[in-house]
Design a protein around this ligand. Structure first.
Ligand code: HEC
Ligand code: HEC
Ligand code: HEC
Ligand code: HEC
Length: 199
């Protein structure tokens, strides 16, 4: 082969290699689903599965929460599980890599799952696995979110202008983020270092 052509091929392959390395390092974390987390965090998983967030997708089905829907002018007989104006807050990672697409393709991403509050998990899951003594800073670099110190995590759904069930509709919908994080009633119970204590 001509040396010039060979040199060119080498250059092009080096550039392609660099591109793919950059893409891997800077790629955004992907959503991986609750199961991956529950594998290690069994207690949180079980506790979460019984609470409101886990069941948030069910509320969109026809015939469910009739009275509440009527109160805000929604049609109780309508199937809202295919309405993108609803599923973006009643599912996990809607339209993001690995996140909810539709109930047939991504049934495991329905409801407000672990990653809706803790962040897309493909990278920090590896950190949790390989370095159980990780620091908060390391976890944040890997895409983990901390709702207790970052109001946006909860508020992006709860304080959004398209959220219908507000305090003005009924006092019972009064939203108090700090209290909810503290009492954990709607989230999952608090467990101290439960993962390590499994051994
Ligand atoms: C291979 C096991 C494993 C997997 C999988 C895993 N974790 Fe962890 N996780 C750990 C360990 C170990 C810790 C360190 C604290 C402890 O011992 O409980 C931890 C800590 C945490 C903490 C506390 C964070 C902190 O800074 O103290 C959260 C929140 C968490 N994990 C969420 C998740 C979520 C969400 C997923 C799924 C995307 C996940 N984990 C997947 C093992 C795992
Ligand atoms: C992806 C959107 C989303 C995120 C993020 C989110 N929520 Fe929610 N939350 C919902 C939806 C949807 C419901 C209604 C579930 C239902 O009634 O079926 C809900 C319900 C609740 C409720 C009422 C629960 C009950 O038992 O009636 C509280 C309190 C709450 N969330 C607090 C929080 C807090 C605190 C955070 C952050 C740590 C948070 N939420 C993060 C969407 C979200
Ligand atoms: C911006 C985010 C967001 C959007 C968009 C959204 N929801 Fe919700 N939805 C929430 C949150 C947050 C709650 C929990 C409110 C609470 O309990 O304080 C909720 C609660 C509900 C409930 C439970 C009310 C009850 O008292 O049981 C129903 C039903 C519901 N939403 C239906 C819908 C439908 C239908 C749509 C689309 C037309 C929709 N939502 C769009 C965030 C959203
Ligand atoms: C509605 C939001 C929300 C959802 C959904 C959620 N968490 Fe959490 N989780 C929290 C908050 C808030 C904390 C307190 C730390 C923080 O600020 O992030 C927490 C703390 C934790 C911790 C640290 C230990 C503890 O018990 O406090 C682990 C581990 C954890 N979550 C795992 C999970 C797993 C696994 C899932 C899914 C099965 C999940 N979480 C779903 C909001 C949520």
């Amino acid at each position: 082969m001509d040396t010039k052509i060979r040199l060119m091929i080498t250059r092009v392959s080096i550039i392609l290699l660099l591109c793919s390395i950059t893409a891997t390092v800077y790629a955004k974390p992907k959503y991986i689903g609750n199961e991956a987390c529950i594998n290690c965090h069994k207690k949180e998983g079980l506790s979460w599965s019984k609470r409101a967030h886990a069941k948030a997708f069910e509320a969109l089905k026809p015939g469910k929460r009739k009275a509440a829907k009527k109160k805000v002018g929604m049609d109780p007989s309508k199937d809202y599980t295919i309405n993108k104006d609803c599923i973006r807050c009643h599912t996990t990672g809607y339209r993001k890599p690995g996140g909810f697409k539709n109930i047939k393709k991504t049934p495991n991403m329905k409801g407000v799952g672990c990653e809706a509050c803790h962040g897309a998990g493909s990278k920090y899951k590896v950190l949790h696995d390989e370095k159980p003594s990780f620091t908060e800073t390391e976890a944040k670099v890997a895409g983990e979110l901390y709702a207790a110190s970052d109001p946006e995590v909860c508020d992006k759904c709860h304080m959004h202008k398209d959220q219908h069930f507000t305090e003005q509709v009924d006092k019972k919908y009064k939203y108090n983020r700090e209290e909810a994080i503290k009492d954990r009633k709607s989230i999952h119970d608090k467990f101290e270092k439960k993962f390590r204590s499994m051994f």
